[in-house]
Design a protein around this ligand. Structure first.
Ligand code: F6P
Length: 323
């Protein structure tokens, strides 16, 4: 009998529960024995592994967070730690693992599969959308929608006071949340790590808009921007344009919570189903992604290593629409 375990690891993201549900129910449909591992690789190490059935995943598709909880495990990144963890899988006869998480989680999965020959399938669960080989990651759409809702509200108060707001969004080293939320809220400037930040250009555009009496301005900054986020940008702007009424807002972990959007529930369900199908077809050590609305498989090492590029079109759109 095939025995498959599922875990969530790294930063949580809305839609992880929908993915767990899809993995567990598809596995059961195909007659597999399913297990849940608590707190990512920590639960594997601490033997916190339990059988799951269809009812274990009832009423979770709409919930944010993850019922399996999550963690970033240091011990798993030692060989001894992994040996201990694998012994806990082996004593139950677990012969497949579905890992829902981001690049750190996939690095762990890769080690499990290459060192101990345990077939692993990765599902991209991260709000950052920083994995190669997929147009969407589970949680990205919800995070962008949360940021958009917050920035729309900030624009109201910015407008009332004729203020400049510099809003920082998450994304770690990637600028996708900033780009998507910035375009969707009509931000005047969007600063992301994938494009060089020309601070002189930012200052010039703010001065030029001031001359045109365009007093409401929004700058959306990715936390991974080369200047180090919203506070650093605000410091420079305040020095150079002291007469502007400038405020900073850092959206923070609000972007990781909340009920997943329909889009995130949908891709999580599709990906979860295909994770089990992949194991049955003998695919190992791949990430299940969606490219051009088709399911696509990318070797885990490529999903982690390769960088996605942001087309220059996107940045042109920002410039033209913010004029
Ligand atoms: O990877 C998801 C993410 O939310 C990043 O956008 C952010 O940089 C990081 O996790 C925050 O991590 P923590 O919750 O450990 O502070």
């Amino acid at each position: 009998m095939t025995k498959v375990a599922v875990l969530t690891s790294g930063g949580d993201s809305p839609g992880m529960n929908a993915a767990i549900r899809a993995v567990v129910r598809t596995g059961i449909y195909y007659g597999m024995e399913m297990f849940g591992i608590m707190r990512g690789y920590n639960g594997m190490l601490e033997d916190d592994i339990f059988p799951m059935n269809s009812r274990s995943v009832a009423n979770i598709i709409q919930r944010g967070g993850t019922i399996l909880k999550t963690a970033r495990s240091k011990e798993f990144f030692t060989y001894e730690g992994r040996q201990k963890a694998v012994a806990n899988l082996e004593k139950r006869g677990i012969n497949g693992v579905v890992v829902i998480g981001g690049d750190g989680s996939f690095t762990g999965a890769l080690k499990l599969s290459t060192e101990f020959n345990i077939p692993c399938i990765g599902l991209p669960g991260t709000i950052d959308k920083d994995l190669y080989g997929t147009d969407f990651t589970i949680g990205f759409d919800t995070a962008v929608n949360t940021a958009v809702e917050a920035i729309d509200k900030i624009r109201d108060t910015a407008d009332a006071h004729d203020r400049l707001f510099i809003v920082e969004v998450m994304g770690r080293h990637a600028g996708y949340i900033a780009l998507h939320s910035g375009i969707s809220t009509g931000a005047e400037n969007i600063l992301i790590p994938e494009a060089e930040t020309n601070i002189e250009e930012v200052i010039a555009s703010l001065s030029e808009k001031e001359k045109r009496k365009k007093l409401v301005n929004l700058i959306v900054v990715a936390e991974g921007d080369e200047f180090g986020g919203a506070n650093q940008i605000a410091k420079i702007v305040k020095e150079r344009l002291p007469h502007l009424d400038t405020r900073v807002s850092i959206l923070g972990h609000i972007q990781r919570g909340g009920s997943p959007s329909a889009m995130d529930r949908l891709i999580a369900s599709r990906m979860g189903y295909h994770a089990i199908e992949s194991l049955m077809e003998g695919r190992h050590n791949v990430m299940v992604g969606v490219l051009n609305n088709e399911i696509a498989y990318t070797p885990l090492e490529i999903a982690i290593r390769e960088k996605q590029s942001i087309s220059s079109d996107w940045l042109r759109i920002v410039k033209i629409l913010a004029s």
